[in-house]
Design a protein around this ligand. Sequence first.
Ligand SMILES: [Zn+2]
Length: 623
Amino acid sequence: MRKRLKDNRAIVALFFLSLCSGWLFISPLWAQESVAHHVLSFPERQNQYVHVTLNLPVDGEVVELAMPSWTPGSYVIRDFAAQLERIRAIDSKGRPAEIEKVAKNRWRIQTGGSSSLTIDYDIWAGELHVSSSWVERDFALINGAGVFLFSDDSLEWPQRIELELPAEWQNVFTSLPAEQLPNGFLASDYDELIDSPIVAGEARSYPFSVDGQGYVLVNVGETDFWDGQKAVEDLSRLVREQQEFWEVNPFDRDYLFFNFLLIFKGGLEHDNSTVMMSNRWLMRDRLEYIKWLALASHEFFHAWNVRRMRPQALAEYDYEKEVYTHELWLAEGLSSYYDNLLLFRAGLVSVNEYLDIMGTEFRNYETVPGRQIDSVETASFDSWIKHYVPDANSVNSTVSYYRRGALIGFVTDAAIRRETGDEFSLDDVMRQMYQQYGPQGEGRGSYPPGAFEEIVEAIAGPEVRSMVQRLLRTSEDPDIDAALDWYGLRLDRFPGRTAAALADLPMPAGFGMSWNVENAQLIIDQVVKGATAADAGVIPGDELLAINGQRALPGTIEDILKRLRPGDQVQLTLARHGQLMNLGVEVQNGIPENFIITVNPNISRAEKTRLQNWLGRPLNFIE
Ligand SMILES: [Zn+2]
């Protein structure tokens, strides 16, 4: 929607013009004039406010300021403007300027002919999330999209940040280059400002370097249960593995891992940093720790895949409305495929741990009926109304482009290896994509629709390409069993606890529904379409009271289910809108709990070689 001066020809022309006309000495002054200057202070941090003063050069009678409605990497409208309060403006002579709100996120200001305006406002920073800002007594996380205003002109200008910090706050961390001011930083334009989270206040940092590249792990909320030494050692192996994978170091500065050890909220990627939110006890639980490593792996992989090589639709952000792309399966799904695989290649998880993770991923995919409704391309396009805003029927109505995208990555990888006699792989496709569409390639950081399929065809032939196209555009399941088989692996889908299945115990029973415990009540949250509960008319929100007259409570329901057998007819007693009701339901098999991947006992020599090539490490365990 806006004209952006990102065109390289324009920049070259400007440079040429400056040389010809002797402007070379003047242009820095001109550039200096058009700088947006944002000052952040925290006088009301106890109430979770950040105060912002923006000094902005202006031109003309009116200027419109806007707040982004979403932030890149998190494809949902968040309407950050809702947290902005008490906006005022004065002109360069100190006279109040008139402000009129003209859209949910836009303010029109009368300049009175002034050459600059000073606008100040407060942001309530009380949503602890990787996309939002958070301020409390001891620290602040600033995510720019919900804090900094822009005008159509200022998007291209350098953005100066100045932080006025409480005396007790000793630390500031951001990937932005420092400027002379105390706690001053400079972003080259608004995009970089928004892409550079800032953490100030109480935090513990662990700088480390791998092959000459600097990294910093910045922990907020660290306790004695965190082992900094181990985290740095493991991250070092991870970043080395990924740098070797891509064969190009994209960073011109230190990369920061912002690691909030407070509550699990996932992660968000940036050019030179990531914000991750996890549980503070994670180092005391191996599975939780592996999940944290996988999160770091995923976000770091994004430094290449999506930050520096992204779908064309995201090449330039329109911060005010949805930006649609069919390719989040590539940006997110393939990052999800590699996040765990590279953990194994880096030696951070054992082969059994890796196969278990894959089994769980397959299970989580196959137990979702919505996979028969949506393709990954549709799911990507609809992320704004589906993935980020799930409802009680999501399980039936859509598929995760992360999950199916990762599976498509897995079968595509196997297909390329098979078709090329194990000479090439998906790794080569990713590297070729980066070469062509990364910052140095013809795509200048973005790829057109179909670019991935074209490279797949160039490397592995038209058949693999048409398989990929089918998997992207239809709801066909990726054939994971065939791909596993090619590596000499097999997948067993156990309907219940593995031990029970192996010991030939009765199949665990269920109705195809799940519930939450709320105030000691069993509240149905998901009903799987096609299962017996759904057919009998159970709907999300029903409270389950009894099964065949037997009171069902959080402590007893598992016991009742254990005694039921598939095929039994029972009565469910439910409360809906405060009214009791009985529904007759047939008991069915429980939703499969365990998908276990094992090495085929008769694995051939050729399969061993393929498996080893794919996993990328010697596999002595097979011998
Ligand atoms: Zn991601």
